[in-house]
Structure formats: C-alpha cells, structure tokens
Design a binder for this molecule. Structure first.
Ligand code: NDP
Length: 334
C-alpha cells in the first residue's frame, strides 16, 4: 500500500514536514478482517487533534503511524462472513491506497440511489453529527432563529437545512462572497454573513432581527463573540467544534472573555452542551439513514463535495480545510 504517515507533530498549521509518504506491505488477513482498496478518503477537521499530543476526546496518532480516516472502499478479500469481495464499504481505511480493516468497524454502503461518496458526507459522519446534535441538543422549533458557522461545509450546511425543514430561520456564516451566495441561492438559507467582513458583528445582528435561539458552535473565536450579545432567553448551544482554534499554539490575545460568556449563560438561561457524535450512534443512526436519505431524495437537503484527486494531495488539501480553502465536503479520490 502507498500510505501517508505522521512524520512529526505540527506546531500550529500542518506543513510538508508533518507528513511522509511511504510504501508498505500489508499484513496477512486474520479472521474477521477485510482487505480493502480505498476509493474515497474523508478529510475532517478532527484529524488535526489526532496529530497533536494534547489531551482530547480522540487518542493521538503515534508518530510514524498512518493517519486515520474514514474511507469508502471496495472489499478485495474477506475473512468476515458478513462481507464479500467486490462489495463497497464505509470503513476506517486511513490515508492510504489499501488497508486491512476489521469487518466489525465496517458497514456496507447503502444502496440509496446517491453517489457512494455521500457515505462520508451528508449520509455519513458529518450529516449524522448535524442530525443527532440537532435532535438531542439544538431542538430547533418553527419560528426560531438558528445561526451556524462553517455553514458551507458538510456539518454546517446540513444543520442549516435541518433548521429550514423544521420551519425555522437559518442564518449561515461563511468565508467569502462565493460561499455566502451559495448558502442563500442554492441551500435556501434565509441570510448569510461573511466572517471576514470588517462589519461582521453588525451584519450578523442585522441578519437576526429577532435574536438567536440556537447557535450551533463549529468555530469559536470572533464568531462566538459576535453571537453572544444576540442570544435569546433559553437559547441552546450545541458545541460541536472549534475549528478556528485547532491550529492555535497558545491562548488567544486580549482580555479574558470567559466571565462575560458565563454571565450571558446565566442571564439568558442558556443550555451549552458539547458532544461527540459517536455518543448518539446507537439511538439515532437508523432514523438518520432513513430521514436524511429522504430529505436528500426530495431536494430539501442539498450537499456539495470538494473532491481532490490523488493521495499525494491529501496533506495540502488537509491544511486548506483548516483555513477554509475547501468548498463542501473534502474528499480525496484515490
Ligand atoms: P468544514 O468542511 O466546514 O471545514 C471547516 C471550515 O471551517 C472551513 O471550510 C472554514 O470555512 C471554516 N473555518 C476555518 N477557520 C475559521 C475561522 N477562523 N472562523 C470561521 N470559520 C472558519 O468542516 P466540517 O463540516 O467537517 O466540520 C465542521 C465542524 O464540526 C468542525 O469544527 C468539526 O471539528 C466539527 N465536527 C464535530 C463532530 C462532533 O462529533 N462533535 C463531528 C464532525 C465534525 P469558511 O471558509 O466558511 O470560513
């Protein structure tokens, strides 16, 4: 297999030194394992956490190991009776061309009429994150206002469209005019605000004339600061990600804003709840598959993929993901 390993832990943004390409022999198959050929590799922001030794919900990837990733792959050889050669699976195939994986952490790619790559996006982990976090924490109601950043990405775009489907107002935040136009014109968001604009906070306020009931936290940083004064009584904040901080090497500059944040939580009786989507798998996965596939089929859930050809381009594509250079679900086509 050709594979990309973690060469050294990045300090700040990942660079060329972070990654090394190798060729390696795969081990012989043991009982319960599959030999698979990866077709699509999913690149996701959480991988930045795996590259770092800092404490997080995911165990760090050891230096020298292949980087982890969910992939859509074809089974080449199977020693698990549930899988047959030729079958397509979503599995943990990593940043490599082929892999040996346990059958029990693989699932067949469902035959739902959508491209196989959607098993890594709208009908896979990111879509599920949006669906389950909304069901459990966001609980958006008709007539309410939701704000989400990284709104052109797979999680944010699904969050906004779920809010629209529930009869709520959806306001998306994205970087640049092209992504903002896409949110309103293609995805049906009620408004979009560019976080790079100098008058970002005023524009966000103007887009939320009745305040914010659900702030879906994907990014942190100055977006969170602009949202805080707009939150309504009993507002909910599913804390899903902090992508603005993943490359940070120290505490942000400026005054300590935590007291201000806690005062808002108290005054507005907010619910702030972090989650990792795996927590909700057992309860919501089957409903998600049915509901989301239905929304995609009837056009209420649109998605966009940013497909980069060639495993060798994964390092630069991944660095771009943390800076907003991707436009849609970032995938490597092997
Ligand atoms: P995206 O494809 O949306 O990629 C990340 C996006 O973040 C970039 O494209 C960029 O978009 C935006 N961004 C980066 N830096 C900043 C910044 N400083 N300010 C504002 N926006 C910024 O990623 P996903 O949809 O896959 O993930 C979205 C979030 O959800 C991430 O935080 C991720 O970690 C989290 N997540 C959490 C899960 C969980 O279980 N809790 C599971 C899956 C994802 P733009 O150009 O618009 O700025």
């Amino acid at each position: 297999t050709t594979r990309i390993v973690l060469a050294e832990r990045p300090h700040g943004a990942p660079t060329d030194q972070t990654f090394r390409t190798e060729t390696a022999e795969l081990p012989a198959l043991a009982d319960g394992q599959l030999l698979v050929r990866n077709r699509y590799i999913s690149l996701d922001p959480y991988m930045r956490g795996r590259m770092s030794a800092a404490k997080s919900y995911a165990t760090p990837t050891p230096v020298g190991d292949v980087l982890p990733a969910e992939t859509v792959a074809e089974v080449v050889e199977s020693r698990d009776p549930d899988f047959k050669p030729g079958q397509l699976v979503a599995t943990h195939g990593g940043w490599q061309s082929a892999a040996v994986v346990p059958g029990k952490y693989s699932r067949p790619v469902s035959d739902n009429g959508q491209p196989e790559s959607t098993a890594l996006g709208v009908l896979g982990m990111p879509g599920f994150t949006a669906y389950s976090g909304m069901a459990e924490i966001g609980r958006i109601q008709a007539g309410e206002t939701l704000v989400v950043a990284a709104a052109a990405g797979p999680v944010g775009s699904a969050v906004g469209q779920l809010a629209r489907a529930a009869g709520a107002r959806a306001v998306g935040i994205a970087g640049g005019p092209e992504k903002c136009a896409y949110l309103v014109d293609e995805l049906g968001f009620d408004a979009a605000v560019d976080h790079r604009s100098e008058s970002f906070a005023e524009e966000l306020k103007a887009a939320c004339p009745e305040g914010i009931d659900v702030y879906w936290e994907n990014v942190g940083g100055k977006v969170l600061q602009a949202v805080l004064p707009l939150l309504n009584l009993y507002g909910r904040m599913p804390v899903c990600g902090m992508v603005a901080q993943y490359n940070a090497t120290g505490a942000p500059e400026g005054p300590d804003r935590l007291p201000d944040f806690m005062r808002t939580v108290l005054n507005q009786s907010l619910t702030v709840r972090g989650f990792i989507q795996t927590e909700f798998r057992a309860k919501h996965w089957d409903n998600f598959q049915r509901d989301m596939a239905g929304l995609v089929a009837d056009g209420r859930m649109k998605y966009r993929e940013d497909i980069v050809d060639g495993l060798e381009n994964a390092p630069s594509a991944f660095a771009g993901l943390l800076e907003g250079r991707n436009f849609g679900k970032l995938l490597i086509r092997v």
